[in-house]
Every structure is written in structure tokens, then in C-alpha cells.
Write a protein that binds this ligand. Structure first.
Ligand code: ZN
Length: 235
């Protein structure tokens, strides 16, 4: 089931305390309207009762989508700084919900679920967009890496991310976005050929793929955030 909890949130504009239903978990199979709200970037937006300013609550919920074979722990954008700790939390939560520590019936469901951790709305949305388009998010992250290598002066910076926003027959549409405000800085279209060429050369990406998949946060940002899980071993 999908779960909401009543929560007090202060308006960023006038400080008025609003009460809203904050989501704790989404079951997209039972509530496809919530899946649609995430895809349309309108989920968990609140209008201040005092000044009419619209603002969005940062994501902090788990997302179950059996139809698309996806389970996500969606966390606030700033959680990325502690991604390793959050990966461990995600792995444990998935384990008791649908993994090795879950009841048999739940494990059967879990066999068809990919477990992911995301930070910010657009990162969660991206995982969903890729699943629906039938694309492998690991390949997409490696494709982004490939793009960055070819683009000196790219926007890549702490808090600025390259996100897939949609997929058409020919292209992947991407945007450079600010993770917290969702502000788009620049758009680009990349031919699906770029995706397939990375997929075809997957064996050359072994080292990067191993790093990307050493936890449920499958995102090239982890390659830029410190030494990762092997930091201690490397020192
Ligand atoms: Zn207000």
C-alpha cells in the first residue's frame, strides 16, 4: 500500500507552517496515478496556505513498482554526501522487505525487482523513465561517463547532475540540472547509438561497472565523491 503521514512544513517564502500529507511509501502497481505524478514532476508539491507560493517537499520514501521491476529508496538531494551509509541502509531495508531477510512470498516478488537508491526527485524519476523505456541504467551511467570525457567544460559539479528526462525512438533527452531545486541549466539529446555502442563495448567498462554497482546507488556521481568503498583498502 501507499503510505502518507501528516507533516508540518514551513514555507520557504513566508515561513508559514503548512500541514501536508508527506509520502512514506508508494505502491505504483496499486496507485499508478502516483507513478504518473512522479513522471510529470508534480508529486509532493504544496501551495502555501498563506502566500500561495508553490514548493516541493524533498523525496523521502520507498517506491515499489512490480510492473516495471523496480524498487527505489528515494532520498533528499543532500543525502548524496553520505551515500555509502545510505546505500547500506537501502540494502538492509530492501533485504527485510523483498530480499534474503523477507518472508518467502515477498522474496518471490523481490526476485524480479532491481533495488536502487536515488537522491532528489529527478534522479528517482530518471530510474523510472529508463525502466519504462527498457534501458539499463548501468549502461546509461557509463554512457554519461563517456559523454563527460568528450565534453571539456561540462557542468558537472557538486549538486549539478546530468539526468535523462525522456527517451524517444531515436534519442535519449538529457538535462543538466540542480539536484535540489530541479532547475534545468542545459538540455542535450544523445542518439541511442551512443547507448548501444557502450553496451556493445561493455567488457571494456569492467572497472567502472564494478564501482557503479558496488551498492544500490548506481550513479556516476559516486565516482567523483571520494574514494568510495575501497578507500580504506587503498590507503
Ligand atoms: Zn508562504
Amino acid at each position: 500500500m501507499s503510505l502518507f503521514v501528516s507533516m508540518h512544513v514551513d514555507c520557504p517564502e513566508c515561513d508559514h507552517t503548512n500541514t501536508m500529507d508527506a509520502v512514506g511509501s508508494v505502491n505504483a502497481d496499486r496507485r499508478p496515478d502516483l507513478r504518473e505524478d512522479i513522471l510529470e514532476d508534480r508529486f509532493q508539491i504544496i501551495k502555501c496556505a498563506n502566500c500561495d507560493t508553490e514548493f516541493r517537499l524533498q523525496p523521502e520514501f520507498n517506491y515499489l513498482d512490480v510492473e516495471n521491476g523496480l524498487w527505489i529508496l528515494a532520498m533528499p538531494a543532500d543525502g548524496v554526501a553520505d551515500y555509502i551509509e545510505n546505500e547500506d541502509k537501502t540494502t538492509a531495508l530492501f533485504g527485510t522487505s523483498y530480499g534474503a531477510d523477507a518472508p518467502d512470498a515477498a522474496q518471490t516478488v523481490g526476485d524480479n525487482l532491481t533495488c536502487r537508491l536515488t537522491f532528489g526527485w529527478l534522479a528517482a524519476r530518471e530510474k523510472l523513465v529508463l525502466r519504462i523505456a527498457g534501458l539499463d541504467d548501468i549502461i546509461v551511467e557509463m554512457m554519461k561517463m563517456d559523454l563527460l570525457r568528450r565534453m571539456p567544460g561540462a557542468h558537472f559539479d557538486i549538486g549539478v547532475e546530468l539526468r535523462v528526462t525522456s527517451v524517444s525512438d531515436e534519442n535519449l533527452e538529457l538535462a543538466w540540472v540542480r539536484a535540489d531545486s530541479e532547475e534545468a541549466l542545459e538540455f542535450m539529446a544523445v542518439s541511442k547509438e551512443a547507448y548501444f555502442s557502450v553496451e556493445n563495448a561493455r567488457d571494456q567498462w569492467g572497472g567502472i561497472e564494478a564501482q557503479l554497482t558496488d551498492g544500490p546507488f548506481v550513479d556516476i556521481q559516486k565516482l567523483f565523491l571520494g574514494g568510495g568503498r575501497n578507500q580504506d583498502a587503498a590507503e
